[in-house]
Design a protein around this ligand. Structure first.
Ligand SMILES: [Zn+2]
Length: 390
């Protein structure tokens, strides 16, 4: 299979700097124009912040549900990473194509865009929907908006394939991801008078120790051996606080995440953290100063993908893929949001997750070939009729 046209598209997609903090509009309009070239009108759904949009388009009959191919248009930053090439210029090295987003997940989008003319000429009896979202790598607001739109649409996709890198294996479950920011307000005094102050840094440390204890408890609780780490996890990844070694810190802020097994609610876990702060830590701080406080804000709470909701879809796709059994992954995806909107969803795409977000991220040419051949088989299947019985 020739990759020239796919690589030309991927080169273009990588060149759009769609790091989540920047606009994705140019990429969305470029794909909309490609669709328009083949007579397909895309819906461009404005985001909830300037410079952001989703895209949704239907190829084939629009009056019946079809299979949605979904990708996020944004990528993670390259700042501070040691790249051996220009990350926004697709570069070949030994059969690997290097570039930011090549695996996560512009390689999949390039394959889908390349397939547009073949999808159009196949005269599908069951449609394909193409969906591109924004901010997957930050707050997932793009898919939240699109899933809301689809849940209310007169015709909702009957299935969705999200092309996150899985080496083209069908992934049926992923953990949920919830992110929180904890802000601790202490009381500043000279540290020689430390009993008259409250160190926000020390209080933050106490909360983090509580998180570690929660993790030990979760390790004893429910396990799901399909996941590499078979438990719900709690992790503090960033902390900032204090101004000097001899001042009790007035402020300290840290971020933590909760990766939930399907069926576990992050809200229940964070409720325990809030309760511990409210009952134990805040009253002790306020004995020193009424200004002291602990505030935990939710940045994101994306549900996991539960394999009880996609069994028929997974079975229908298995014969179309280089199938080695169904996968379960610990990284978060938009799949759970679509499942909540009533669209059975699996994850399946070219490339490997271990190179995603890394310097010199790449996708192998052979993975793109596998993805194109999967899309061709799917196209032939949908030309005959729906993938799933109604
Ligand atoms: Zn991704």
């Amino acid at each position: 299979m020739k990759l020239d046209s796919t690589l030309a598209i991927l080169e273009r997609l990588v060149a759009f700097d769609t790091v989540s903090s920047r606009s994705n509009i140019e990429l969305i309009e470029w794909v909309a124009n490609r669709l328009d070239d083949h007579g397909i009108k895309a819906l461009i759904q404005p985001g909830d912040e300037p410079g952001k949009a989703n895209l949704f388009a239907t190829i084939g009959p629009a009056d019946r549900p079809g299979v949605m191919l979904s990708g996020h248009s944004d990528v993670v930053p390259v700042a501070g990473q040691d790249w051996s090439t220009d990350p926004f210029r697709l570069t070949e090295r030994d059969g690997r194509w290097l570039g930011r987003g090549s695996a996560d997940m512009k390689g999949f989008i390039a394959c889908c865009v390349d397939a547009i003319p073949r999808l159009v000429s196949a005269r599908l009896s069951s449609p394909v929907h193409l969906a591109l979202s924004f901010n997957e790598e930050s707050n997932m607001h793009g898919m939240r908006l699109l899933a809301r739109h689809l849940a209310q649409a007169p015709v909702r996709p009957s299935a969705c394939i999200i092309g996150e890198p899985t080496r083209m294996q069908v992934v049926v479950a992923n953990k949920g991801t919830a992110i929180f920011r904890c802000r601790v307000r202490g009381f500043s005094v000279h540290s020689s008078l430390r009993d008259q102050g409250v160190s926000a840094v020390e209080t933050a440390a106490e909360i983090i120790v509580f998180l570690s204890a929660l993790q030990r408890e979760l390790n004893q609780a429910e396990r799901h051996d399909g996941f590499e780490f078979p438990h719900t996890s709690v992790h503090a990844g960033v902390i900032n606080g204090g101004t000097a070694h001899n001042i009790t810190a007035r402020d300290c802020e840290f971020m933590f995440e909760i990766r939930t097994l399907p069926g576990v609610a992050a809200g229940d876990i964070v409720a325990r953290i809030r309760d511990h702060c409210a009952r134990v830590l805040v009253p002790a701080m306020r004995q020193v100063s009424p200004e002291c406080d602990i505030v935990i804000d939710e940045i994101l709470d994306a549900p996991g993908l539960d394999e009880r909701g996609n069994r028929y879809l997974a079975q229908a796709l298995a014969p179309l893929c280089p199938h080695e059994g169904f996968g379960r992954v610990s990284f978060g995806t938009e799949a759970g949001m679509l499942q909540e909107a009533g669209v059975p969803t699996v994850v399946c795409g070219p490339g490997e997750i271990r190179v995603a977000h890394q310097p010199d991220e790449y996708v192998e040419g052979s993975q793109l070939v596998q993805c194109l051949s999967f899309l061709d088989t799917l196209t032939a299947r949908l030309a005959r009729g729906p993938l799933l019985p109604a």
